[in-house]
Design a protein around this ligand. Structure first.
Ligand code: AMP
Ligand code: MG
Ligand code: MG
Length: 310
């Protein structure tokens, strides 16, 4: 009986189904070819896919969980008005529904939850055709902490011979992760970072890491996926450009996989509804504590102060 399943588990299972639908919207907008690009700010774009995917996610989750506080990246008059009925997804992922809810989350109520939604992470890459970098992020936070989340990759190519496109990675605190094959970090230090939002401070933080390789890819979701799959060791971004909807889902999944995501000073972000949206003091994430400590210790004090003051 779904009503006997604790709320956080039901919400995560709904989020998996909704993210899959949102991913199809992202692909459909691209195949139609009318992206409807709007410039929100410097190097900050929104497309029809960002707008429509957000409407699908918010309408679907709020239809089932009306008291949830859902904060989505996109803010547009288009977001009001009727949502097409085939965008409203009321299904849930059956495998997730059968997960055992951690004791600490069993009695969580809708009012205790803030859901952070990035309907399309990696918009610059989406408009430039780097489609593998694009993800849909739904992060579930309770008492300011990210406890569960999904990263959906609409353009992930499954094994040759399979027709299915896209995949959905999930994580739940104290339970674990799914939707991908975990792999240990590379033997040498591989850093993943922004490809479209660099600046001199971002580069300074990369230069001190002594990395054997620097991967420049789009999206916070995709970079955390690289950590989960052993393609990179640490995600370093010494800039205030990332927001809470970029990091909530990736942080929840990384935690569930034994990793850590903080600012560049090593402090955790809080995900309460009244928190400021920007992750002002940057992002530093790793698949384990040892790599995370290494990177925090490499960041010069002066750089930490520069970001704190901004
Ligand atoms: P990136 O690593 O550059 O792909 O950025 C990860 C996420 O943070 C994406 O959603 C970006 O849109 C956002 N972001 C990072 N830097 C900036 C910035 N300077 N202005 C606007 N958004 C940014
Ligand atoms: Mg984003
Ligand atoms: Mg976005």
């Amino acid at each position: 009986m779904s009503t006997s399943v604790p709320l956080v588990v039901r919400l995560l299972s709904s989020s998996v189904s909704v993210a899959n639908r949102a991913g199809k919207i992202v692909r459909d907008v691209m195949s139609k070819g009318e992206l409807g690009i709007i410039e929100k700010g410097k190097d900050d774009y929104q497309t029809e896919a960002d707008r429509s995917a957000q409407r699908c996610i918010i309408a679907s989750l709020s239809a089932q969980y009306p008291k949830l506080n859902i904060i989505g990246e996109e803010d547009s008059p288009d977001n009001e008005g009727e949502v097409p009925s085939d965008w409203i997804v009321l299904d849930s992922d059956k495998d997730i529904l059968s997960l055992e809810c951690p004791a600490a989350l069993k009695s969580v109520k809708e009012e205790d939850i803030v859901v952070w939604v990035d309907p399309l992470d990696g918009t610059s890459e989406y408009t430039q055709g780097f489609l593998e970098h694009v993800t849909v992020l739904i992060g579930i936070s309770v008492n300011e902490k990210p406890v569960a989340g999904v990263i959906h990759q609409p353009y992930y190519k499954n094994l040759i011979g399979e027709k299915k496109i896209g995949r959905t990675i999930w994580g739940l605190q104290e339970v674990g992760v799914g939707g991908y094959t975990p792999a240990p970090p590379p033997d040498s230090l591989v850093i993943t970072t922004t490809r479209s939002h660099s600046n001199p401070v971002v580069e300074q933080a990369l230069a001190v890491m002594n990395a054997s390789q620097i991967l420049r890819v789009g999206g916070a979701g995709y970079k955390v996926l690289q950590l989960l799959e052993g393609k990179a060791s640490v995600y370093v971004f010494a800039s205030s450009g990332c927001k809470k909807w970029d990091t909530c889902a990736p942080e929840a999944i990384l935690n569930a996989a034994g990793g850590k995501l903080t600012d560049v000073l090593g402090n955790f972000y809080k995900y309460g509804a009244s928190e400021p949206h920007p992750n002002k003091t940057g992002v530093l994430a790793a698949i384990n504590d040892e790599l995370h400590s290494y990177a925090v210790n490499k960041i010069p004090q002066e750089l930490k102060e520069t970001l704190s003051k901004k």
